[in-house]
Design a protein around this ligand. Structure first.
Ligand code: SF4
Length: 271
C-alpha cells in the first residue's frame, strides 16, 4: 500500500459524514469467517507505511478521523507503531477491530492515548455455537462484557451489529440478543440479517445445500432473508430482525443507554 493516493477529501462533502475525515490504514484480515467478504476481496493482509498515514492526517487539517482497516489490530506490532505516531497529532479517531483489543492492555492503552474514541467490533451474536461454526472461535462471548467494560474505562464507545439467521438460531434469538446487548452495555447496535454475498464461503455452502431463495442482488442488503434459515421461516427472520431494531430503539431502552453513556463519559476529556 506504499504510495497510495490520499483520500479524495476535496470531492467529498465531509458535513454529510459528521465532519469525519477518512484515511486508509490497511486492507485484509488474517481470519476467514464464513460469511465475510473481506478475505475474498483482499486475500493478503497489507498495511500502509505509518509515515504516509501521518502525512495525510497532517495535510488534511482535520481533527476527527475514521482510520480504515478491516481489523486494525491484525498486526499488533504495526498497530503499536501506528498509535505511537498518532499520539502527538492530538486527533480523535474511530476504527474497526476485533474485541480482542481489550485483551492486550498495551495496545488498548496506546490506542486510547492516541485518540481512539469509538470502536466498531464484530460480536455478531450471543450464540457462541454460531460464532464457532462461522469461524469466529476467537471471539469468546463469555468475555464480551468484561472486554467492553475495559474499553469503557478508557471512555471508548463500542458499536457492534447483531446478525440474525445463523443455522444455530431459533426464534428465541431476537429476545436473547436484546438482553445480551443490554447486559454487555453495548453503546450502539444495528440489526442485520445474515447475507450470503456472492463469492463468500457462505454463499457457496447455501448454493450447495439448495437454500438460496433469490438471485435478485438488490435484496442482498442485510434487511431481506435471501436464504432458507435452518430453524425459522424467512418471514420470521425478517420480522424478528425488524422487531429487534424497533425494541432496541424504543424510548425506554434508548434512555437507559443514554444515562449509562453519561456515566461513562463523566470525568472524560483527557487526551
Ligand atoms: S474477523 Fe472480521 S474482518 Fe476478519 S474475516 Fe472475520 S468477520 Fe471478516
Amino acid at each position: 500500500m506504499q504510495g497510495l493516493q490520499p483520500y479524495p477529501q476535496a470531492l467529498i462533502d465531509l458535513k454529510a459524514y459528521g465532519n469525519l475525515n477518512s484515511v486508509m490504514v490497511s486492507r485484509g484480515c488474517k481470519f476467514k469467517c464464513e460469511f465475510c467478504t473481506v478475505h475474498k476481496f483482499f486475500p493478503h493482509f497489507n498495511v500502509r507505511p505509518v509515515s504516509e498515514i501521518v502525512d495525510e492526517i497532517k495535510a488534511s487539517g482535520g481533527q476527527y478521523f475514521e482510520l480504515h482497516a478491516d481489523n486494525l489490530i491484525a498486526d499488533r506490532e504495526y498497530a503499536l507503531e501506528l498509535f505511537a505516531a498518532l499520539k502527538p497529532l492530538n486527533i480523535y479517531w474511530l476504527a474497526e477491530a476485533t474485541l480482542n483489543i481489550a485483551e492486550y492492555p498495551d495496545i488498548l492503552e496506546a490506542a486510547a492515548e492516541s485518540g481512539l474514541f469509538y470502536l466498531l467490533v464484530g460480536l455478531e451474536t450471543p450464540s457462541q455455537a454460531a460464532l464457532d461454526a462461522a469461524g469466529k472461535k476467537f471471539i469468546r462471548i463469555s468475555r464480551a462484557k468484561e472486554n467492553i467494560a475495559r474499553l469503557h474505562d478508557y471512555k471508548i464507545a463500542v458499536d457492534s451489529a447483531m446478525i440474525f439467521g445463523f443455522d444455530q438460531h431459533t426464534e428465541d434469538i431476537f429476545e436473547e440478543s436484546l438482553d445480551f446487548v443490554a447486559d454487555i452495555q453495548l453503546d450502539h447496535c444495528d440489526s442485520v440479517i445474515l447475507t450470503p454475498f456472492p463469492g463468500t464461503d457462505l454463499f457457496n455452502r447455501y448454493e450447495r445445500e439448495g437454500r438460496l431463495l433469490t438471485r435478485d442482488w438488490s435484496k442482498y442488503d442485510c434487511s431481506h432473508a435471501v436464504f432458507q434459515p435452518a430453524h425459522m421461516t424467512p418471514a420470521q427472520l425478517e420480522q424478528g430482525a425488524e422487531r429487534f431494531a424497533r425494541q432496541y430503539h424504543s424510548l425506554g431502552r434508548s434512555l437507559k443507554r443514554y444515562w449509562h453513556r453519561q456515566k461513562i463519559l463523566a470525568g472524560s476529556g483527557s487526551h
